[in-house]
Design a protein around this ligand. Structure first.
Ligand code: PEP
Ligand code: MG
Length: 573
């Protein structure tokens, strides 16, 4: 048995066999061969293995997910058997005496590039399919042992160095009971996705991948941040009891689902949810969310080969607005960059991606991308209660420029006879210290603020939110952060604006009493945190929390702030 400590990233307890996920290296080198027949035989064997694998996946997909999803694998089988791809590979091996993987890679790359350069959406999709099939054949040619996360078909806990947002998006909740990674923090995007999928997760363990063998029994305790490898029977029993107790607690919280969020002294606040896809709305409603406080639209742009069209975006935004049935939905415009990459944009690598060309900076430069998104949003606005929010605003100039583009697109749509809501509120994320400090000026021009503490903390403390070696500096309760939050809330309220918070701090049980005392109007968090937060706020009185917040602002360290909050909790018990 081996115990590892990490960061509790998504609540709950999972007990299952480990599935170690390592991204394979598909790179190939050209080699001259003397025995071309042996290379041809190797290719045939790899094709046969790929064929068997695809047929099995297709049959399973058909049974579990239906005909439509299974069609993808039918088209992969067609490519695998397409003589127009395979014959040129064979003749390259024979005529140039090169190794099979090189011949395949060269030939397929030519086809992929040709398809990608065509205008037709159908051919562009074929390029993506061909890339998948090529990887599958290469996997066998290179002897790589790799199962993609989407192919997992038994109950497991995924163990990985890190999970990219697209890996996380592929995880099937029916089989993936939990995950644990070497790197990442509570605000890394894999952790955020885990919470929206409601899968227990522990991240930032530093060494789980080397401590665990594929197939080991492991426990992931997403409440405490523990990973237990090969536990004894007695420990498994203990965790099963903890799992049951947590399930009972969740049942208790569920009773608050249709209740408003009111403090003990009658102050209403709004509890909203952060979502990444339209599918997440079901979880928001199930968990009693009163609004969507942050829709991270970048997931629409990831996991595909090209930018999503206006129509694709319109359908997604409309779907969220309709499902929320008139409750507010804050949609954040594209926030790509940092730890969220879009390979097809082919942006140059940067020394400091979190300080670089990301979010609204990219959108103001690539106006084609930004305008398409704004049009889709404006068109969708008539289907619900839409609020638009720009991320990573550092200057008032950026806000004005982004707003002007929105106004231009709105005027164009109206002149085309397309209806647009007149009620759209326009806000910004406050996640850069310059904007927090200048909040009084911003408050004159925006309808609302949403404080993005995930970034605000990393920029204020100069501590990369992804780097566990400086995680000790990533301090939500540092009085410096609390003072910035207070400045923003006070500045907004002086101008009659509302303030939300959509960073992870908004759902943090230690921060909530202080935020309530500081006067935060809207708390936006992972859907699963809403009911515990509602239960907590119901037991707090705002006037007491005002006094608590005033004390916290005068403390010198984060540790003192935590001790202060714990002392009032102890007194209340
Ligand atoms: C934030 O920075 O607090 C935030 C909510 O945005 P993201 O985590 O997507 O950067
Ligand atoms: Mg951010």
């Amino acid at each position: 048995m081996n115990n590892l400590k990490g960061i509790a990233a998504s609540a709950g307890i999972a007990i299952a066999r480990a599935f170690t996920l390592e991204h394979p290296d598909y790179s190939v080198t050209e080699k001259q061969v003397t025995d071309t027949d042996a290379e041809l035989a190797k290719l045939d064997a790899a094709l046969a293995q790929s064929q068997a694998e695809l047929e099995a996946i297709k049959a399973r997909t058909l049974q579990e997910l239906g005909e439509k999803k299974a069609e993808i694998f039918e088209s992969h089988l067609l490519i695998l058997n397409d003589p127009e791809l395979i014959e040129p590979v064979k003749s390259k091996i024979a005529s140039e005496s090169v190794n099979a993987e090189y011949a395949l890679n060269e030939t397929a790359t030519q086809f992929i590039q040709m398809f990608e350069n065509m205008k037709s959406a159908y051919l562009q999709e074929r390029a993506a399919d061909m890339r998948d099939v090529t990887k599958r054949i290469l996997k066998h040619l290179l002897g790589l042992n790799y199962v993609s996360p989407s192919e997992i078909s038994e109950e497991v806990i995924v163990v990985a160095e890190d999970l990219t947002p697209s890996d996380t998006a592929q995880l099937n909740r029916n089989y993936v009971k939990g995950f644990t990674t070497n790197i990442g923090g509570r605000t890394s995007h894999s952790a955020i996705m885990a919470r929206s999928l409601e899968i227990p997760a522990v991240v930032g363990t530093k060494n789980v991948l080397s401590a665990v063998q594929n197939g080991d029994l492991i426990i992931v305790d997403g409440l405490e941040g523990d990973v237990i490898v090969n536990p004894t029977e007695a420990i498994v029993e203990q965790y099963r009891a903890k799992q049951d107790a947590y399930a009972k607690q969740v049942e208790e919280w569920k009773k608050l689902r249709s209740e408003p969020t009111v403090s003990k002294d009658g102050i209403h606040v709004e509890l909203a949810a952060n979502i990444g896809t339209p599918n997440d709305v079901a979880g928001v409603l199930e968990n009693g969310g009163e609004a969507v406080g942050l829709y991270r639209t970048e997931f629409l742009y990831m996991g595909r080969d090209k930018l999503p069209s206006e129509e694709i975006q319109y359908v997604a935004y409309k779907s969220v607005l309709e499902k929320m049935e008139g409750k507010p939905v804050v949609v954040r415009t594209l926030d790509i960059g940092g730890d969220k990459e879009l390979p097809y944009l082919d942006l140059p690598k940067e020394m400091n991606p979190f300080l670089g060309f990301r979010a609204v900076r990219l959108c103001l430069d690539r106006q084609d991308i930004f305008r398409t998104q704004l049009r889709a949003l404006l068109r969708a606005s008539v289907h619900g209660n839409l609020r638009i929010m720009f991320p990573m605003i550092a200057t008032l100039g950026e806000f004005r420029e982004a707003k002007a583009l929105l106004e231009e697109e709105k005027a164009k749509l109206i002149s085309e006879g397309i209806p647009v809501s007149e009620e759209i509120q326009l806000g910004i994320m406050v996640e850069i210290p310059s904007t927090a400090v200048l909040a009084d000026q911003f408050a004159k021009e925006v309808d609302f603020f949403s404080i993005g503490t995930n970034d605000l903390i990393q920029y204020t403390m100069a501590a990369d939110r992804m780097n566990e070696r400086v995680a000790y500096l990533y301090q939500p309760y540092n009085p410096a952060i609390l003072r910035l939050v207070k400045m923003v809330i006070d500045a907004a309220h002086r101008e009659g604006r509302w303030v939300g918070m959509c960073g992870e701090m908004a759902g943090d049980a230690t921060a909530i009493p202080i935020l309530l005392g500081l006067g935060l109007d809207e708390f936006s968090m992972s859907a699963t945190s809403i009911l515990p937060a509602r239960s907590q706020i119901g037991k707090l009185s705002r006037s007491d929390m005002q006094a608590l917040a005033a004390k916290a602002l005068e403390m010198g360290t984060a540790e003192e702030v935590v001790a202060l909050v714990e002392s009032i909790e102890a007194a209340a018990e």
